[in-house]
Design a protein around this ligand. Sequence first.
Ligand SMILES: O=C(O)CCC(=O)c1ccccc1C(=O)O
Ligand SMILES: [Mg+2]
Length: 314
Amino acid sequence: MMYQFSFRYLSRKFTNPIITNHGVWEIRESIIIRLIDAENNIGWGEIAPISWFGSETLEQALDFCHQLPETISQEIILGISDKLPACQFAFESAFSGNTETNFNLTYSGLLSAGKAGLNQWGSLWEQGYKTFKWKIGVDDINPELGIFDLLISSLPTSAKLRLDANGGLTYQEAELWLTKCDQFLDKIEFIEQPLAVDKFTQMQELSNLYLTKIALDESIANFTQLEYCFQQGWRGIFVIKPGIFGSPSRLREFCQKYQIDVVCSSVFETEIGRQAALQLASELSLNHRAVGFGVNHFFPPQASNWLETLWKTS
Ligand SMILES: O=C(O)CCC(=O)c1ccccc1C(=O)O
Ligand SMILES: [Mg+2]
């Protein structure tokens, strides 16, 4: 099978910059790809790398697209290097051929870091969100623990909260957070990536010492890392970002074989990457945990004809 290939660069501004332990993220850049087969069927894909998470950079993805010929084969797609996981995802999912849009999923709403998160969950709750995620490890631990107290006591009893440290805590800070969370077991779903990627053994230790569940995220950003952590005996939660993880078929195979406890999450993609990622999420979310695909992160919202408009520009 041969495809005509074209691509466009896209950049969008976050309504509220995303603040994590890695710094401030204001603009989401990505690449939309289009593949057309011999019968004129069109497949769309999105390359949305996050290099600080371990994927390729946007520049590397652009270089890859620029060096491809205008007509590409299935072999080229299946042969994309593991060093370009966001590209693997985009090209492989462009022709996954699924048009389902009504996934049987529940969604987690992302709150801003710091005090700003305190007055955001209410409107999300009214929209039906029951699970929220709040970034920690952004400010000093004491003020953050103070804001946490306010947040956890204001949330309704049936709400669930996830804390995401993006690998930014020390071992001692993680112990303080886990001690705190163990007092709210009914409301805390898990702590995500408390320690840096090179602190796997310590995270395993923490998961044995505390009742609050721990989820790995940065530690399992791609297939090699996922296999490593699984082989080392990780049986906690696995946060998977399909958009940067790599080949969707290889991911599907692994999850089905080992039945791991998965939480799928967004990489702030457009509806193109989102559709493909949610399709995977609906297949992989065995425990039906809420997926981290909140909405309305961008301003202005995309017009309904944005793709058409994007392809008119060059
Ligand atoms: O998982 C979610 O709920 C939202 C997505 C999210 O938090 C995220 C999005 C882009 C990059 C990193 C992360 C993260 O989980 O750390
Ligand atoms: Mg995370």
